[in-house]
Design a protein around this ligand. Structure first.
Ligand code: CTP
Length: 401
């Protein structure tokens, strides 16, 4: 993909000289490259080198171009920010949102994907502070290329050597291409948990927060899809730029899904759907009778929305189900998943483990994806947005456009 706007942040490490090669690859691939070098970077490589190679004036000082609020302008217009080399200090600042220079401010002012190429000595790379900072960046969905293992600056060698310029260019290309890879696709996502009223003030429900479904809607939107979200009692706000239909009960969700599914290229059933509802809903609030006799509620089964779609599948729609299971054993979890995907007639099933402390309401998730043959075709662990992208990566090749 040529013609993207890439901001390349160069920070103060000896590997800054290798960043010049990556910048050159971006320019030769037809991208508009804006280099932001930190003061420390300029102790390794001179400004004329960056300007000549990037074919643009270098940006360094936060206090230049204040009138046009430059850090915001640079951040907002970027399609991708690449930081190479990313020193231990830079990684620590990124993990903590510190904005004490033009690069830090630009990163915070941007919604573009961020790719970093760490470079440092092995001891620094393995220091618990760096390990914790990298974990934070991974969770936030930051892309990381390298570091490799090899000869370091001195006579020693080990992990911490910055990725080669070609590797950085390749990683950037992957991110930019995936950037709009769902353009032209209509994607329907259900999120949250349905609730079945017992009376005007009580319901039978579940603990789903809707976070994973919302992350899927957000990720699909960012990759260019036209997204519709069927929202059942979300704990988190629905993303902007997505058409939202609010539903309460399983039967309301079913109506919305069945109406919208035939227009979609993919239907992702991330919502936790109540399997049963009270046979009767009381018009007034149920009163306790005070005899100590207890209360019996009779439940009737709800329609299985996904299985219904699977049995009477709208043309060309990829169907994706979720299976939240409490089974602790990995192999048995997979077996449950295989039985479920067959029963539901879905193309893919996203398996995750839930429990008293796992899955629901957490910003993180751990999933495995299986296909109709029961084969594991993907897995992911981390921030729900990162997991959402992996799920979309598995769906993309199954769609017809
Ligand atoms: N689902 C659905 N309609 C239902 C129940 C579930 O469409 N009445 C969908 C969910 O949105 C999810 C998938 O089916 O994508 C699996 O949901 P899950 O609750 O794990 O499965 P159940 O069918 O309820 O099976 P079981 O309770 O036996 O685990």
């Amino acid at each position: 993909m040529s013609g993207s706007r890439i901001v390349v942040g160069v920070t103060g490490g000896i590997a800054a000289y290798k960043a010049v090669g990556a910048i050159r690859s971006f320019v030769l691939a037809g991208h508009d490259v804006q280099v932001i070098a930190t003061e420390a970077a300029l102790r390794f490589i001179g400004a004329p080198t960056f300007e000549a190679i990037s074919r643009n004036p270098l940006a360094t000082d936060l206090y230049d171009g204040v009138a046009e609020v430059r850090h915001v302008a640079l951040g907002q217009r970027a399609d991708l920010i690449v930081i190479a080399p990313a020193t231990a200090n830079t990684i620590a600042k990124l993990a903590n949102g510190i904005a004490d220079d033009l690069l830090g401010n630009t990163v915070l002012a941007s919604r573009a994907p961020l790719l970093i190429a760490p470079a440092m000595h092995t001891e620094m790379w393995q220091h618990p502070a760096t390990v914790a900072n990298m974990a934070t960046l991974h969770e936030r969905g930051v892309h990381v290329v390298g570091p490799g293992v090899g000869q370091l600056t001195g006579s020693d060698s080990g992990a911490g050597r910055m990725a080669e310029p070609e590797e950085i260019a390749e990683a950037a290309r992957g991110i930019l291409e995936r950037g709009r890879d769902l353009a032209g696709l209509r994607v329907l996502v259900t999120a949250g948990g349905t609730r079945e009223p017992i009376d005007p003030v009580r319901f039978i429900g579940n603990r789903s927060s809707g976070r994973q479904g919302v992350a899927l809607a957000e990720a699909a939107r960012d990759r260019g899809a036209e997204v519709t979200l069927i929202a059942a009692h979300l704990d988190v706000p629905a993303p902007s730029g997505v058409a939202v239909h609010e539903v309460g009960t399983t039967r309301e969700l079913q109506l919305a899904v069945e109406r919208l599914a035939p227009e979609q290229h993919a239907v992702i059933m991330a919502a936790a759907v109540a399997d049963y509802r009270p046979a009767e809903t009381s018009e007034g609030k149920l009163k306790k009778d005070g005899t100590g006799a207890g209360l019996e509620l009779r439940l009737v089964e709800n329609p299985d929305v996904l299985a219904g779609l699977g049995a009477d599948r709208p043309d060309g729609v990829v169907l994706v189900g979720f299976a939240a299971e409490t089974e602790p054993d990995d192999e048995r979890l997979l077996e449950l998943g295989r039985a479920k995907i067959a029963r539901k007639g879905a193309d893919l099933l996203v398996l995750n483990r839930v429990g008293w402390t796992e899955g629901f309401a957490s910003p993180r998730n751990t999933i495995a994806i299986i296909d109709r043959a029961g084969d594991r075709v993907g897995e992911a662990s981390g921030d729900k947005l990162v997991v959402a992208h992996r799920i979309l990566d598995a769906i993309r090749p199954l769609t017809s456009i």
